[in-house]
Design a protein around this ligand. Structure first.
Ligand code: DX5
Ligand code: ZN
Length: 220
């Protein structure tokens, strides 16, 4: 388990001022910029495409952690890689071939992530653990920010932490959904080392971001 890193989800940022918002959280101590891509098909919401990722790229030097909630994902992997994604995460539930999707991400020279929904067993990750750089445990059903943390995610994090440690590989264990100072501490205790936080990062306006991020990290 590596030191806790914070990945603000820009889904909760002011979309009319996205560039500024990305600069503000980058200056406020964020470690990754988490970008939620939704297609209105795999999840019931529509958000950001590769052109927006490209437009945001000059606004931060932090890794862009692109969470694809789209089905199919494969036709868009190259576009997100070219737009400036550093980590690209896909859902096996989006199908049809998660191994092929991960190969496509690696072929672009990017870090590959696999994400599992609250109702998906961790066995979905088992056969691809040797090819991933990040495992993302959803602690809400994907689609919207501001939902409540689903406690069974902690059990999954514990088991995945054991699997990652046994693999001997450097794999980020990321948790996404309903993370606040309290659930952040629980998720870290369960083995998470990257915390996605949308509403908890962006609440209170730009002057509050540094304090919000520090609290998520367990400081202050
Ligand atoms: C949900 C997204 C999350 C979301 C988290 O589908 O994957 O990244 O923005 O928002 P909060 O932190 O508000 O639960
Ligand atoms: Zn996300």
């Amino acid at each position: 388990q590596q030191p806790t890193r914070i990945a603000p989800s820009i889904l909760s940022a002011d979309f009319a001022r996205l560039g500024e918002e990305v600069r503000a959280v980058s200056a406020a101590g964020a470690d990754y910029i988490h970008i939620d891509v939704m297609d209105g098909h795999f999840v019931p919401n529509i958000t950001i495409g590769p052109d927006v990722v490209k437009a945001l790229r000059p606004h931060s030097d932090l890794p862009f952690d692109v969470h694809l909630m789209i089905a199919p994902a494969d036709p868009y992997i190259a576009a997100f890689a070219e737009a400036g994604a550093d980590i690209i995460t896909v859902h096996p539930e989006a199908g049809p071939h998660v191994h092929r999707s991960l190969q496509a991400i690696k072929a672009q020279g990017k870090k590959a992530g696999v994400s599992i929904n609250p109702g998906t067993p961790i066995s979905a990750v088992e056969e691809v653990i040797d090819m991933v750089d990040l495992i993302l445990v959803m602690s809400v059903n994907p689609g919207f920010g501001g939902q409540k943390f689903i406690p069974s995610a902690k059990r999954k994090l514990k088991r995945l932490r054991e699997m990652i440690d046994a693999s001997g590989r450097a794999i980020d264990l990321e948790v996404d959904g309903g993370i606040n100072a309290e659930t952040a501490a629980e998720a870290v205790a369960a083995g998470a080392d990257v915390l996605v936080a949308g509403s908890a990062t962006f609440k209170g306006g730009a002057n509050a971001y540094a304090g919000n991020i520090a609290r998520l990290r367990g400081q202050g």
